[in-house]
Design a protein around this ligand. Structure first.
Ligand code: PRP
Ligand code: URA
Length: 210
């Protein structure tokens, strides 16, 4: 299947993304912006949820209206930085379950090192959205999605805030069946595999480390 890559160019998302990139934005505001952007992105990323018709009685009359057709969802943030997106998406879909995958990039090789994995037990009944603000080389997202696929979820999507072209290319080569949603598709990676212009180190900016 051909990958779908969606760049969300809604003005509200783009406005918040500019403030997120700004070096002068402190941790408190950075966290709020990550959460708000994740909320707006989730709204778009779930627009294909199936609906079913129900009968409702308004104060005026009975009518046929629509509700979501009972799909179960799970969000899986990649630790640490993905945690910053969880509140925003749960705000829209509070009944979703949350799994966690722990991964960090080796500072020398930039390869992902995984250290934690705890996923909902009934993943085969759930539509999964993986959360991580940054898709740089793509290594962390590729390994996280590979791990999740072992549990046979009903479907899987990857949602990040900023992606590098190198990360999109690597990810789509390995997981051609997983749609990617991002708010910004940036220029390139630098020599340290950071996204240019990007926003710096997402985890450090969310948690105020460094
Ligand atoms: C960041 C980010 C991604 C990863 C992206 O995490 O949150 O998980 O880097 O880079 P990649 O596409 O090249 O794999 P980091 O390793 O800094 O860990 P942290 O979230 O714990 O700070
Ligand atoms: N991880 C980050 O937090 N930022 C980048 O630019 C690349 C990887």
């Amino acid at each position: 299947m051909e990958n779908q890559v969606f760049v969300m160019d809604h003005p509200l998302i783009q406005h918040k993304l500019t403030h997120l990139r700004d070096i002068h934005t402190g941790s408190k505001q950075f966290r709020e912006l990550v959460s708000e952007i994740a909320n707006l992105m989730c709204y778009e990323a779930t627009r294909d949820l199936p609906l079913k018709e129900v009968e409702t009685e308004t104060p005026i009359c009975k009518c046929k209206t629509k509700v979501i057709a009972g799909r179960k969802m799970a969000f899986v943030p990649i630790l640490r930085a993905g945690l910053g997106m969880v509140d925003g998406v749960l705000n829209l879909i509070p009944a979703a379950k949350v799994g966690h995958i722990g991964m960090y990039r080796d500072p020398e090789t930039h390869e992902p090192v995984d250290y934690y994995c705890k996923l909902p037990h009934d993943l085969e009944k759930r539509d999964v959205i993986v959360l991580d603000p940054m898709l740089a080389t793509g290594g962390s997202a590729i390994d996280a999605v590979t791990k999740i696929k072992d549990f046979h979820p009903r479907s899987i999507k990857f949602m990040c805030i900023i992606a590098a072209p190198e990360g999109i290319e690597a990810f789509t080569k390995v997981h051609s069946d997983v749609p990617v949603y991002c708010a910004g598709l940036d220029e390139k990676l630098n020599d340290h595999a950071y996204i240019v212009p990007g926003l710096g180190d997402a985890g450090d900016r969310i948690f105020g480390t460094k």
